[in-house]
Each structure stands twice: as C-alpha cells, then as structure tokens.
Design a protein around this ligand. Sequence first.
Ligand SMILES: [Zn+2]
Length: 249
Amino acid sequence: MDRACSPLVHVLHPSPNFEPRRGKTQADMLILHYTGMMSAPRAIAWLATPASKVSSHYVIDEQGIITQMVPESARAWHAGVGCWAGETDINSASIGIEIQNPGHDLGYPEFGEAQMKAVIALSQDIVARNAIPATRVLAHSDVSPGRKIDPGEKFDWAGLHACGVGHWVAPAPLDESEIGFGAGDCHPMIAKATSLLAAYGYGIQPSDTLDAKGAAVVRSFQLHFRPARPDGRVDRSTIATLEALLAAA
Ligand SMILES: [Zn+2]
C-alpha cells in the first residue's frame, strides 16, 4: 500500500526540508499546528525555504485547500524539541499538519468551517491509513509545552472527535471563582494533577510543587482539553477532566 500521500491533496508543493525517519518507517502520531503566519502562501514559501529548516507534511489554507509538502514516509521538520509518552523524536514518530491561522500574536481568528472540514477529512484519512491511535492525535502544544501554544484553545478538538479522530471527553465544569494553584505553589492537588498528566503522556515529573515548566504543561493540557480557561493553574475541573480522559483511554 502506498502510504506516501493522501488522495485528498489538491496541490503538491515539495519542500527540500526532510530526511528519512529515524528508527521508524511509519508514523504513529498526528500533530496539528497553526502556521502563525499572515497567509498560507507565505507559510508554504517559508516551509519550502532551505534556510528555514522547517517543513510539514501538509498545509491547509482558510478555504480548505490541502497542500502536500513532504511525503508521509519521510521525517518532516515540524515539531522540533518535544516529548510524549517517552517518545523524544516527535518528528520521526509523527505526521504534521499546518493549519493556516496567524496565531495568538496576530489576532488569532476563529478556524473557519471550510478549513475545519478539510482538517477533519485529511485527519480521518491519515489516522486510518497509518493506524494512529486516538490518544496520539495531539497539538504541537501537547508535545512542546512552554515552547509552543498552537493550534490553541479555539481549535475544535470536540468537533474532530465527533468525526472519529482524536481523544476527547466533555471538560468537567469550571468553577469561575476557583483560583487554583499556579507556578511556585505546593499542594496535594498539584501532586495529583502532575501524576495524572504524566500518566496521560505529558512530559512532566509528578511533584506536589509546580514550577514554571509544570505550569506550562498544565496550560498545554487546558489548551487542548479544557479550553474555557487555559491559565496554567491546577483546579478541580482540570483534574476531573484528566481523570475522565484517562478512564476513557
Ligand atoms: Zn506548531
């Protein structure tokens, strides 16, 4: 079977920025990004520039046009330094999709319907052909906490899950009056949250004390699974959502 590309691709725009996968012949993770650039043509040009040293298997613009830049069989350079469930070479383990959105620094507009339809269709195709488990369809922010926050809290993970892609449970209700615990705090709830985050796959050491790195992991979790308040603070809703996810994994 040819696993090099998706039949849903509209445009081929090859990037020179790739190499063979290390230690793997096939991806078992799907990583979703936003481009963080003003337009898809600019992002595609950048991802094909040798000096940028970055690339992605796919780019999806606002209209839902899917451009393939690197064959799925190859190691694209989209994730950089990161880890998940003991895996530290995310690029060798994954397929990357860059979704056009200028990102948090440039207004962070909503992801539109046509674009989301294309993201869903391409993701369905990729996870089916590569047998990628639901719990390994992740945000860039999940694998690189503190360094990356894309695709961010506006991305519709619930809608993706409703179409059979990725892992999701309804977030536990947030008590707006609960301040929670942040970086520098020490509390048994922090011990609980950090051990649950580590069990789910996040790169964090269980501890009753939350440092800045730990708070970034909490925020990454919230950006994906509890988007109502991605503040990096441990609260009851965050813990309950984690428990429900692990129970459903
Ligand atoms: Zn990214």
